[in-house]
Structure formats: structure tokens, C-alpha cells
Design a protein around this ligand. Structure first.
Ligand code: FES
Ligand code: FES
Length: 166
């Protein structure tokens, strides 16, 4: 039996017919070709599969695709605009990407944090990414990259730009 679902992924509307036992992660990767979302554990433990569902970070390996019916989903492919997202630039600049397997989920989690709390302190950043495991970086570079994108740091950078133009 196939079930119809309507989802918006990265601002594009999809009408799909899927088996009711398929998880969102597999539908994104296999049906829509959005392989930026990674499958790590498949058990809700590593965060590699994190996407935004109506702006909230979710483990797409645990969510049945039918549960996402009518939702708006953002994957790493939809994070950038014409230019890379500031988080993507900061991750590169700070060396927060090594093998890159955790990066799509990590950036989605960080984006959700900054969208709801533009100026998190270090503890809030650590708490937010606690469900996203990284085996390479030791986390410090990831935390620094997120800190680059907080409101206070953006304000400081804007002030410096104004000063250097004066
Ligand atoms: S693959 Fe989903 S949490 Fe690990
Ligand atoms: S960069 Fe390799 S797991 Fe995070």
C-alpha cells in the first residue's frame, strides 16, 4: 500500500506516494536525491541525519515520512542562498569540518539554535549540539564556528567595518 504525502523541501513542493514504513531520511536521500543528509546510526543517537522540520531540528532517521506530511523541511542543500550560509563559511574558516560526515546535521542544528536564540552563550551552544556527534574535531572548532555567527559577534564585526570605513 502506498500513501500520498505533500511536503515542501527546500522551498520546492513534492507530492509523493510512499510506503508508510519509510523514514524521512530514506525518502530525502533515495527519492529526492538529497544526499547531503547523512545516515549514521539510524537509531536517533548520532544526529548526522538532522534536518529542519518547520524550523525545528529532527532526526530524520526516526521520523516516518508520513509524519512529515504538510511540513516544510530544510536540508543542508537548502541552507545556502546565492552564497554559502554564514555558518557554512564559519565552519570552513574555523576548521570545524574534517571528514564532514557530521557537518550537515551540525549546521542544521546550529541554524535552528541561532534562529530561536541569536546570541547563545557557550553552554547553550554545547547543549544545542549535544545530540550531534563528531568523531573528528573534538568540538572546539565547531563551537567557535557557531560563536562567529552569534548576534554579538556580528555586531562587533559590523562595528569594525564601520570604523575601518571612517
Ligand atoms: S542517523 Fe539519525 S541519529 Fe544517527
Ligand atoms: S568532521 Fe568528521 S565526524 Fe565531524
Amino acid at each position: 500500500m502506498l500513501v500520498p504525502i505533500n511536503i515542501i523541501v527546500n522551498d520546492e513542493a513534492y507530492c509523493l506516494e510512499i510506503k508508510p514504513n519509510r523514514v524521512l531520511l530514506d525518502v530525502l536521500r533515495e527519492d529526492l536525491g538529497l544526499t547531503g543528509t547523512k545516515k549514521g546510526c539510524g537509531l536517533g543517537k548520532c544526529g548526522a541525519c538532522t534536518v529542519l522540520l518547520d524550523g525545528r531540528p529532527v532526526h530524520s532517521c526516526l521520523l516516518l515520512a508520513v509524519q512529515a506530511d504538510q511540513a516544510k523541511i530544510t536540508t543542508i542543500e537548502g541552507i545556502a542562498g546565492e552564497k554559502p550560509h554564514p555558518l557554512q563559511e564559519a565552519f570552513v574558516a574555523k576548521g570545524a569540518i574534517q571528514c564532514g560526515f557530521c557537518t550537515p546535521g551540525m549546521i542544521n542544528t546550529a541554524k535552528a539554535l541561532l534562529d530561536t536564540n541569536p546570541d547563545p552563550d557557550e553552554t547553550e551552544i554545547k547543549l544545542a549540539i549535544a545530540g550531534n556527534l563528531c568523531r573528528c574535531t573534538g568540538y572546539n572548532q565547531i563551537i567557535s564556528a557557531i560563536q562567529v555567527c552569534t548576534q554579538s559577534n556580528s555586531d562587533i564585526k559590523a562595528e569594525k567595518r564601520v570604523e575601518s570605513n571612517e
